[in-house]
Design a protein. Structure first.
Length: 133
């Protein structure tokens, strides 16, 4: 049996700041796939939002199917959300902020690709934080 000591909150101690919420946008024509992806992203600590719109400035990760709007988004200058493509679109889509799930019906590949994209998000956040120091 493992016994843990009781923790008593000090009423005078300041509240710890809440961590910044990372947002993920999920755009998929398959509602079941959208639900699975949203559930996975929430277990990773992201707020998952399902929408047909392009990401805004508060979006950190966009999980979407390939299409002209996505390609246009990736080719625009400026900061972008990391993009995870649900299906292999071709070489024009490659880039440092883009990951591809070649077979979106395979849970293990979906899980692995999302984890890799999130690792990239954490790496970018660490670089940004160190640059501010």
């Amino acid at each position: 049996t493992m016994v843990f000591p009781a923790a008593v909150r000090d009423e005078l101690a300041p509240e710890a700041p809440a961590p910044a919420t990372r947002r993920a946008l999920v755009t998929s024509s398959d509602p079941r796939r959208t639900a699975v992806i949203a559930a996975l992203l929430e277990t990773y600590g992201l707020e998952a939002i399902s929408s047909d719109r392009a990401p805004d400035a508060s979006t950190h990760l966009w999980v979407t199917e390939p299409g002209p709007a996505v390609l246009e988004y990736l080719q625009c200058p400026g900061p972008h959300a990391r993009v995870v493509l649900l299906g292999a679109p071709g070489p024009a889509w490659s880039g440092p902020a883009c990951e591809t799930v070649h077979d979106p019906g395979t849970f293990s590949e979906l899980h692995t690709t999302l984890a890799r994209a999130l690792k990239g998000l954490h790496h970018e956040a660490a670089l940004h934080t160190s640059a501010l120091r």
